[in-house]
Design a protein around this ligand. Structure first.
Ligand SMILES: *Cc1c(COP(=O)(O)O)cnc(C)c1O
Length: 445
């Protein structure tokens, strides 16, 4: 029984569940999508909150520039480039017989400094916020100071009295671990069984306490939460429920708007923007989508992409049960090569906050992720980890869904003027031998 109904009854009331259980690639377009004027207030956070996060990241820029030389080029601002995906676009058009589709771009969060994934946005913001709160309280800094003084031994000594804990499938652990250790915090990262060995090795090399769990993400998070609750000096980064993570991700949008302007990419009602966001627990894509809706309003259309083996957000939003249902409840195993997306139960906060702001959700097989990994690397020269390819088929899903196109009232001219953006959520730090193994898998017929 799932919330008073048998699985068979759920399948009758929500027929798409059958396809999810059969691990068939599926798309679901959200019948509750609403204009930003109605739906933005669902979120419970505001443009001012995003601006405050953005200002915080600017305050820390001099510090980040000091301690992470790879942020020097951007003056301590952690940002990634955009790049056209012309060959991927052509292949998508050929395979799906698409015409007049507009442009296809990549947001290369794979290239983000410090931890090489989208988690360098939310994760690092939350650690910096906690550090700032502690340092302000203790009189170690003032808001108007040059924060590079936090690179001092005195500051590191101060932070070493405190612990930070987090549960992760890998990339959040990398971001939280590297950033926390750099500031001087003690840090424990609870890794799920999916976490790649190289991510654990890298963390240990940075002085992070890595706790390995044989179970999946939800259990790793639970254990981290449990550890933190026993120590008043331990701060738990709650990936399932954290506004500070969410706001760190949301800052991406104002930066993207500036990049688009520079590249001459127009976004407005006549030039719609479609953004395809790989989704695990939902904080990353949810936060980015919130920022995008603030920046571009109803001209942006966000879609979440998940592995066929881990469609937790689709299932949670589609059934309306959010975090009260897991993919395991309907017999799906949550085992996928997309380790960043290997989450069986979605964030309750994100699913509810964003339920009228996300146009749709779709699933992708692991085989497709590997296939696109090879194409993106060989044809467009971008190095992405499996999770980060989930956005690639999005354009074909949107344009191959006449009912969605019609319901949204898109005209052929609007579609021709559209920009499609694949959020490439990670990959630059994957070691060479590991990446070669990904390529081998993707090349195997
Ligand atoms: C974490 C992650 C995501 C998804 O973010 P969530 O906040 O878990 O939804 C997507 N891609 C990669 C590579 C990730 O590490």
């Amino acid at each position: 029984m799932i919330h008073g109904k048998t699985l068979a009854a759920w399948q009758r009331s929500h027929p798409l569940i059958r396809d999810l259980i059969a691990l068939k690639e599926s798309s679901w377009f959200n019948p509750a999508i609403a204009p930003v004027t109605h739906a933005l207030t669902d979120v419970g956070l505001t443009a001012q909150d995003v601006q405050a996060a953005s200002a915080r990241l600017r305050r820390f820029a001099p510090y980040l520039k000091t301690v992470f030389p790879d942020t020097a080029a951007t003056n301590g601002i952690i940002e990634s480039p955009i790049a056209p995906l012309d060959h991927v676009r052509k292949i998508l058009m050929q395979e799906n017989a698409l015409e007049h589709v507009g442009a296809l771009w990549l947001k290369a969060d794979s290239e983000l400094p410090i931890s090489g994934s989208i988690k360098a946005r939310g994760g690092i913001h939350e650690v910096l916020k906690h550090a700032e709160d502690l340092a302000l309280d203790a009189g170690l800094i003032r808001l108007t100071d040059d924060y590079s003084k936090l690179a001092s031994d005195e500051a590191r000594q101060f932070f070493s009295q405190y612990t930070i804990a987090v549960g992760s499938t890998g990339n959040l652990g990398l971001s939280i671990g590297i950033m926390s250790a750099k500031l001087g915090f003690k840090v424990s990262v609870h890794m799920s069984a999916d976490a790649r060995q190289w991510k654990k090795d890298k963390l240990r090399a940075n002085g992070v306490n890595v706790v390995e769990h044989l179970s999946d993400y939800s259990v790793a998070v639970e254990q981290g939460r449990e550890q933190a609750s026993q120590d008043p000096r331990c701060y738990f980064v709650d990936d399932e429920n954290s506004p500070d993570l969410f706001l760190g991700y949301a800052v991406a949008a104002e930066r993207l708007a500036a990049q688009f302007q520079q590249a001459g990419i127009i976004v407005n009602a006549d030039h719609p923007l479609f953004v395809y966001l790989p989704c695990g627990v939902g904080g990353g894509p949810g936060g980015v989508a919130f920022g995008l809706k603030l920046a571009f309003g109803d001209a942006v259309h966000c879609l979440f992409a998940e592995p066929t083996h881990s469609p937790c957000m689709l299932l949670g939003v589609y059934t309306g049960l959010h975090d009260k249902i897991s993919v395991q409840d309907i017999g799906i195993d949550n085992i996928t090569a997309a380790d960043g997306l290997a989450v069986g139960r979605p964030s309750g906060f994100v699913g509810k906050a964003m339920q009228r702001l996300i146009d749709g959700y779709y699933t992708v097989t692991d085989e497709e992720l590997y296939r696109w990994l090879v194409i993106a690397y060989e044809q467009d020269g971008v190095k992405l980890e499996p999770s980060a390819l989930a956005g690639v088929p999005g354009m074909a899903r949107v344009l191959g869904s006449p009912k969605y196109v019609q319901d949204m009232g898109f005209t052929p001219t609007q579609l021709q003027n559209a920009t499609h953006l694949v959020w490439g959520t990670g990959g630059s730090m994957v070691p060479g031998n590991e990446f070669q193994a990904y390529l081998d898998k993707g090349r195997k017929p």
